[in-house]
Design a protein around this ligand. Structure first.
Ligand code: NDP
Length: 328
């Protein structure tokens, strides 16, 4: 049985308990598809996992890495064949099932999406869970029947991972995008990815009136808390807001007024469950809608031997853009 390099977390009790190890393929968890991992990426969740913060890891030992792209080496699943390049994100990978911080992975075929031709493996990892979640948010708004003709779409946490991809995907779909950011210096970056205007985070962070001036037809919110309440209060008749994050708080101190007096809808979006048809549609749309040069500008590629240190540093906010790990 061949051995492979991995980052492994052995126990919940040990902060910084993650380390580089050699593992044998027969130690992989059950799955009908084997992969050589080509690239993974560092998400905030992976930072929490390797530093023992949060309760991300649900069984030990665990290989972290919630996103991976790999080449199939063995397949006992009708949808994939050896040689296919496939992408996997969420589905409990890196939390309950061994993830992408390893040279090998064994996964259920139902979690895998064949990489669309227009997307390289490294760009798929630049997109990763953040981009897929943003795509799911855009789908939610479209399912609600909203089109760019309705007006402006607002995005909060705009310079973050999910926010940046939401700005880019909405702009690519023809929306006029207003980007809420706490970093005034990110204005040029946000315009370069498609925002028409930047709005100050502080203007949304204090409790406001239940009904405010109707500014937005649609929204993608990654912040939650008072920010989401204010966005709902500024959403126009029959508009909708896709809520997917909580960087500003888990609570929602809002009024029902926007819902019952303006017909505003709040659409919940999560990206972890497999729902393979939705994933396939999302990756296909990402491949056609996202600009390759923009993806490359957002990404830093690092070798696997730097992955652990960089994953630890994401929890202290020391990572900007997407850090993609190239496997040896
Ligand atoms: P990032 O850390 O990359 O971005 C978050 C952004 O939010 C920051 O860049 C900043 O943008 C803004 N921000 C940070 N702190 C605050 C604050 N206190 N108040 C208001 N804004 C703030 O995170 P991600 O984009 O990866 O994730 C965003 C959220 O989405 C997280 O809560 C994450 O858990 C969630 N998420 C949910 C998923 C799901 O399945 N539901 C999947 C993926 C992510 P700026 O400086 O521009 O204001």
């Amino acid at each position: 049985m061949t051995s492979f390099k991995a980052i492994r977390i052995d126990s919940a009790d040990a902060p910084d308990g993650a380390r580089y190890v050699e593992m044998s393929e027969d130690a992989l968890m059950p799955g009908d598809v084997d992969l050589d991992v080509l690239y993974s990426a560092i998400n905030y969740k992976d930072g929490l996992a390797v530093t023992g913060k949060g309760r991300v890891v649900r069984r030990f030992p665990m290989i972290p890495g919630v996103d991976l792209v790999g080449r199939v080496t063995r397949a006992a699943h009708p949808d994939v064949a050896p040689g296919d390049v496939v992408v996997a994100t969420g589905c409990g990978i890196g939390e309950a099932h061994y993830g992408g911080f390893a040279q090998k992975a064994r996964l259920p075929g139902d979690w895998l999406v064949k990489l669309p031709e227009r997307l390289t493996p490294a760009r798929a990892m630049t997109v990763g869970t953040a981009g897929l979640t943003a795509m799911f948010c855009v789908f939610a708004l479209e399912r609600h029947g909203l089109t760019p003709a309705a007006g402006t779409a607002v995005v909060s946490g705009a310079s973050g991972g999910v926010g940046s991809f939401a700005v880019a995907l909405l702009a690519s779909a023809g929306w006029r995008v207003a980007a809420i950011t706490g970093h005034a210096a990110e204005g040029d970056y946000l315009r370069s990815i498609g925002a028409a205007e930047s709005l100050a985070r502080d203007d949304f962070s204090q409790p406001g009136k239940a009904l405010q001036t109707q500014r937005f037809a649609a929204g993608v919110d990654t912040v939650g808390g008072v920010t989401l309440a204010n966005i709902l209060s500024q959403t126009a008749f029959d508009g909708a807001v896709a809520a997917t994050g909580n960087v500003g708080g888990m609570d929602l101190p809002a009024s029902v007024a926007p819902f019952i007096l303006r017909g505003v809808s709040l659409l919940g979006v999560e990206s972890v469950r497999p729902r393979i048809a939705l994933r396939r549609a999302a990756w296909a749309r990402i491949a056609t809608d996202l600009d390759a040069a923009m993806m490359d500008a957002m990404c830093e590629i690092i070798p696997f031997d730097q992955a652990l240190e960089r994953a630890r540093s994401i929890v202290t906010g020391k990572i900007r853009g997407r850090v993609v790990i190239e496997m040896p």
